[in-house]
Design a protein around this ligand. Structure first.
Ligand code: ADP
Ligand code: TRP
Length: 333
C-alpha cells in the first residue's frame, strides 16, 4: 500500500527554539518514516509582514539548516522552499474563489494581526488560510502535523476543499486533518514560567537550538523556583512543575525519579536540580548544535538539498494542477 501524504511548513521568522523542536520538528522527523512527507519553508507566507530581502533569504536557509540538523533526511522526504513551487501560487489563485470574505475576516489569527499591525492589513494576510490550504492540497495531503494554534487554519482548509469538490462534483481532494502523535501534546514552558516558550518573548526565557552550552546553563540556572516543599507529597506549584517538565524532555528516567523522590520527601535542592537539567540539556542539544554549525558552513549542500526537494515538490504539484485545470475547464495548450 502506498504511504499517506503529509505536509507541514514553517514561516522563516527567526531562530528555532526548544518549543519548535519538541512541538513540531521532532514530529516531522518521526513522520518521515511513516508517511510520504513534504516539509517546506513558508517564505511566501512571510511576505505578509514585508521582511527585508536579505533577512528573508538568511532566515529561510536557517530553517532548512535546523530541520536537517534535527534529523530530516532528504532521502526520506522532500524539503523545499514554498517559492520554488510555482504551481502553488497558481492553485492559490483558483482557490481564492472558494473563500468568502466573511469567513476570512472572522478567522482568529487574522483578527489578531489586524490588532497587532493595523497599518499593514494587506490582502495577503486576509487570504493566508487559502495559501495554507493550497500548500497542503497541492500534494493531495490528508495529514497535517501542526500545533494547536494552527488548527483553525486546517479546519478552514477542509471547508475550501469540500466546496471545491462539491462545486465541481468530484472527490478529487482529500479533506486535510491536523495530526499529532496522540501520546502527548507537548507544551514547552517559557523559562520565566509565563506561558509557552516563544521567540516573541525575551531572549532569556527561550532556549535556542543553537545556543552555546554556557548560555544554556545560564538561562536554566535563572529559572525561578521557590523555597521548596514544606509537607511530604505536596502538589507542585507551576514554576516547579515547569522545571520537572523541562527535565522530562531531556533527562534520564532515573534522574527524574531521583528528583521526584527528593521533592516528595522535602529534601530537594533546586540548585542541584537545575544544574543537572542544564547538563542534560547541553548534552541533548550538542549534536544538533554541531550539525547546525557544520551545515551552516556548507551552504552549497543545503541549497542542493532544497533544490532536489523543490524538484520533488514540483513533480507532485504539477500533476495536481494539471488535474485541477481539467476539472475546472481551463485548457492547457
Ligand atoms: P513561536 O511561538 O516561537 O513564534 P511558531 O508560532 O513559529 O513559534 O511555531 C512553530 C511550530 O512550533 C508550531 O507547530 C508550534 O505549535 C510549535 N511550538 C512553538 N512553541 C511551542 C512550545 N512552547 N511548545 C510546543 N510547541 C511549540
Ligand atoms: N501557518 C503555519 C504557521 O504559522 C505555517 C504554514 C504555512 C503551514 N503553510 C502550511 C503549516 C501548511 C502546515 C501546512 O506555523
Amino acid at each position: 500500500m502506498s504511504k499517506q501524504i503529509t505536509v507541514s511548513g514553517v514561516r522563516p521568522t527567526g531562530k528555532q527554539h526548544l518549543g519548535n523542536y519538541f512541538g513540531a520538528v521532532k514530529n516531522f522527523v518521526r513522520m518521515q518514516d511513516l508517511f510520504n512527507g513534504y516539509f517546506f519553508v513558508a517564505d511566501y507566507h512571510s511576505l505578509t509582514t514585508h521582511p527585508n530581502a536579505n533577512d528573508l533569504r538568511e532566515k529561510s536557509k536557517n530553517i532548512a539548516v535546523v530541520y536537517l540538523a534535527c534529523g530530516l533526511d532528504p532521502d526520506k522526504c522532500a524539503l523545499y522552499l514554498q517559492s520554488d513551487v510555482p504551481q502553488i501560487p497558481e492553485l492559490y489563485l483558483i482557490f481564492n474563489m472558494m473563500a468568502y470574505l466573511g469567513e476570512l475576516e472572522r478567522e482568529a489569527t487574522f483578527k489578531e494581526k489586524v490588532r497587532e499591525q493595523p497599518n499593514n492589513v494587506n490582502a495577503g494576510l486576509l487570504t493566508y488560510p487559502v495559501l495554507m490550504t493550497v500548500d497542503i492540497i497541492i500534494h493531495k495531503a490528508a495529514k497535517v502535523p501542526v500545533g494547536k494554534d494552527q488548527q483553525q487554519h486546517v479546519e478552514m482548509s477542509r471547508d475550501f476543499v469540500r466546496r471545491f469538490n462539491n462545486l465541481y462534483g468530484v472527490q478529487y481532494f482529500p479533506e486535510p486533518e491536523a495530526f499529532s502523535f496522540a501520546d502527548k501534546l507537548v507544551n514547552v514552558p517559557s523559562l520565566d514560567g509565563e506561558g509557552k516558550m516563544s521567540k516573541s518573548k525575551p531572549d532569556h526565557t527561550c532556549i535556542y537550538l543553537e545556543d552555546e552550552p554556557d548560555v544554556i546553563r545560564k538561562k536554566l540556572m535563572r529559572m525561578v523556583t521557590d523555597s521548596g516543599p514544606k509537607e511530604p507529597n505536596s502538589a507542585k506549584p507551576l514554576i516547579i512543575q515547569n522545571v520537572f517538565d523541562m527535565m522530562e524532555l531531556v533527562s534520564a528516567k532515573e534522574t527524574i525519579q531521583h528528583f521526584e523522590e527528593t521533592y516528595n520527601n522535602c529534601t530537594i535542592r533546586y540548585g542541584d536540580m537545575k544544574k543537572q537539567l542544564a547538563e542534560d540539556m547541553v548534552t541533548f542539544l550538542m549534536p544538533i548544535r554541531e550539525k547546525i554549525a557544520e551545515l551552516s558552513a556548507n551552504e552549497k549542500k543545503v541549497y542542493e538539498i532544497l533544490g532536489d526537494g523543490g524538484s520533488k515538490a514540483r513533480a507532485s504539484a504539477s500533476q495536481t494542477l494539471k488535474d485541477v485545470r481539467e476539472i475546472i475547464g481551463i485548457k492547457s495548450f
